[in-house]
Ligand binder design. Structure first.
Ligand SMILES: [Zn+2]
Length: 320
């Protein structure tokens, strides 16, 4: 029997051992090469594009010869004003890409010996970098599956039966329940969204799925609206999961990963960040066939291309 990809040596091209053995300088060089691949790591002024710079090596900064602008390798990226060492940053990226179902922030803070808050913000910044690869704005083509799955808003039932409420009734709900709607190409990308109810998926399909595509959906009646615009395969999940190739199993795989991530690692996710976890799971799903070195490379490269995070820069300072 063929060996599973994730068990093969080819899937392991990056390790914590190698990162720490390389040390801070090597980690710094890695970031420079990812930021400025066109010059193999030589600094380019973000203000004027000049490639002539003075190196202020003691502070790992650059000064542009043309305009005098001072900058560092992380200026203008999501890692701007980072305090963590580059080697720890790279280690954090390694740990996160190695975790097929995500990793809890308590665990990450223990592994890196940093504050919980630092790990929390770092991981969310990396999810923003992943989101750039997931939410590209390009429409999905070919065969596209659509499905929804509900997350959050759990109400713990009271101990005694006489005290329990009917949790299906709106007045007994927390208002924190959300649905993640996944649009997934049979070959290609996964595109998740967070909405209040699954019926909103029809509008999302209108915006994000090519009119030439074929779609797959389950028996839920609101998907009937899809037939107006697409050829749609339907599968009745109360009877079977796959009917001669008619299925939504690719979307279900994505939900399976996201569910395990939420219930196994994060335990609780607030509705305002659910889209970030969904993007994280979609990124892992779409890149699952890459070795971990390639995953880390993509994540760092995305991070260096991602602008300063408005949501996460100074998050705890604002919260305080
Ligand atoms: Zn300049």
């Amino acid at each position: 029997m063929a060996q599973h990809f994730l068990l093969s040596a080819a899937s392991r091209t990056l390790s914590l051992k190698a990162i720490y053995k390389g040390g801070e300088d090597a980690a710094y060089q890695t970031f420079c090469k990812m930021r400025w691949p066109e010059t193999h790591g030589e600094a380019i002024c973000p203000q004027c594009g000049c490639i002539e710079t003075y190196k202020i090596t003691t502070r790992r900064k650059f000064k542009c010869k043309a305009c005098g602008h001072q900058f560092s390798v992380t200026s203008g990226t999501i890692f701007a004003s980072r305090k963590m060492d580059f080697v720890d940053l790279l280690a954090a990226i390694c740990i996160i890409v190695n975790a097929a179902k995500g990793v809890s922030m308590v665990q990450l803070s223990r592994d890196l010996d940093c504050q919980y808050k630092t790990a929390f913000v770092l991981a969310h910044k990396l999810r923003e970098a992943m989101a750039q690869e997931v939410q590209t704005g390009e429409v999905l083509t070919g065969h596209v599956e659509i499905d929804g799955a509900y997350f959050g808003g759990h109400i713990r039932p009271k101990n005694q039966k006489k005290d329990r409420v009917d949790r299906r009734l709106k007045e007994n709900q927390t208002g924190k329940r959300r649905v993640v709607i996944a649009l997934r190409e049979r070959v290609g990308r996964t595109l998740p969204f967070v909405a209040m109810s699954e019926v909103e998926g029809v509008a999302l399909a209108n915006e994000n799925v090519c009119r030439m595509a074929t779609m797959s959906a389950d028996e839920a009646s609101h998907w009937d609206l899809l037939h107006a615009a697409w050829e749609v395969d339907r599968v009745n999940h109360s009877e079977l999961y796959s009917d001669h190739g008619k299925h939504t199993n690719m979307a279900e795989s994505f939900f399976s990963r996201l569910r395990r991530m939420v219930s196994g690692q994060h335990h609780h996710v607030s509705p305002q960040y659910l889209h970030q976890y969904a993007n994280h799971a979609a990124w892992l799903e779409d890149n699952r066939r890459f070795d971990n070195g390639e995953l880390a490379h993509r994540l760092v490269a995305n991070s260096m291309g991602a602008p300063v995070s408005r949501a996460w820069k100074g998050y705890w300072q604002r919260a305080a």
